[in-house]
Design a protein around this ligand. Structure first.
Ligand SMILES: [Fe+2]
Length: 377
């Protein structure tokens, strides 16, 4: 079936409505906007005839024109019709257990792999794929993420992206494409950060259980992170894990990230410099997007370790200033933060009958060493 954007002219001076926006509107399913989605497992969906499933687009403030997100629901025992999509797509499994089959084209080997909730995997560009629900009694929800808005701004022809007859010369699904991710050490492109370890692979079976993490001293609270790269793709992600009754430093960067919560309970505060602060509560399967250059800060207000998985926008939009000399510009040290931040944290923990374990010294000593503090606990 031909994909059609509506008939409005594609080019209009200073328009902030992009080809991707017009394409979304032709599908007749909800487009959820705002700062956050409280629960991807329950967000409202509508029937999408072409894809034979219920679905919704999600375009939070800061995603416009940069990243695409949608939720699909697969009925018990059903498989969705095969689709070939021209871009790399990340899939996070919100709920359920299923199977994805991927192949590069007519006569090419098919690869199938099973997944369950909290899995993260890549569906490679220009590959046919089918999503199946292996459960007979419950629907499945999947979260999909790609750089489609950016691609469609450069090439505003929806038919190019779906079931395009182009076949990749070397199918990415050849060989052990969905074998377990491997750790790689590489020099970070950002000078001053030195060597960085990241996990390289297409399939991460359980982001809730993934414990191959490195200390991330820069963002405070003794947090640990894992950086993820996908083979033959510019898509990247990272996950941070941090302790109950602690919070990270505020920081800011570019737009378009989809932050999904695999585990934990808390909230994030987001604000544009000098403007009102927005509180976004989260728990498992919430999604938050920090808008472009808005400060944001993550708080673990629960009793367990919290995890957030950040799917990154294209590198062109990272907008980081993480070199040591730039940090003061895009990160707020605990010693410099607005008193509201600490008061709000005390109040939120108080509601749950618990208290902050943030050490007093971190509010007075900008060079406070978290690794030592966390070692003592
Ligand atoms: Fe961030």
């Amino acid at each position: 079936m031909a994909e059609a954007a509506n008939k409005e002219p594609v080019i209009s001076m200073w328009s902030k409505e992009f080809t991707y926006d017009r394409w979304m509107k032709t599908k007749g399913i909800p487009i959820h906007t705002g700062y956050y989605i409280e629960d991807l497992r329950t967000v409202e969906l509508e029937w999408w005839e072409e894809r034979q499933c219920k679905a919704a687009f999600i375009q939070l403030l800061g995603q416009e024109g940069v990243t695409s997100a949608r939720v699909t629901e697969i009925a018990p025992g059903k498989s969705l019709p095969p689709v070939k999509f021209a871009l790399d797509e990340l899939v996070y499994v919100c709920s359920g257990r299923g199977l994805t089959t991927v192949w590069a084209g007519e006569g090419k080997a098919k690869k199938s792999f099973e997944w369950q909730e909290h899995a993260l995997y890549l569906v490679p560009r220009n590959h046919w794929h089918v999503f199946s629900n292996m459960q007979g009694d419950k629907p499945i929800r999947l979260f999909h993420y790609s750089y489609m808005p950016m691609a469609m701004s450069a090439l505003p022809e929806p038919d190019m992206y779906f079931n395009n007859p182009y076949e990749p010369k070397n199918g990415a699904s050849e060989g052990d494409f969905y074998s377990e991710a491997k750790m790689v050490q590489a020099k970070d492109a950002d000078e001053g950060l030195g060597m960085r370890a990241f996990w390289y692979g297409n399939f991460f079976p359980d982001m809730r259980a993934w414990n191959k993490l490195d200390a991330n001293e820069r963002r405070g609270a003794g947090g640990k992170s894992v950086f993820i790269q996908f083979p033959n793709s510019e898509l990247t992600a990272h996950m941070s894990v941090f302790a109950p009754k602690t919070y990270k430093k505020a920081h800011r960067h570019g737009p378009g990230r989809a932050i999904i919560i695999p585990a934990g309970e808390g909230y994030s505060i987001m604000w544009e410099e000098g403007k009102e602060k927005i509180v976004c509560p989260w728990h498992e399967c919430s999604m938050v997007t920090p808008p472009n250059k808005w400060f944001h800060q993550h708080f673990n207000a629960g009793g367990d370790m919290a995890r957030y998985l950040a799917l990154h926008p294209p590198m062109q939009f990272h907008g980081h200033a993480e070199k040591v000399e730039d940090r003061a510009k895009d990160q707020i040290e605990y010693t410099q933060e607005d008193p509201y931040v600490r008061e709000k944290f005390a109040e939120e923990l108080g509601k749950r009958g618990i208290k902050s374990i943030m050490p007093d010294e971190c509010y007075t000593n900008p060079g406070y060493e978290w690794s030592k503090a966390m070692g003592k606990q």
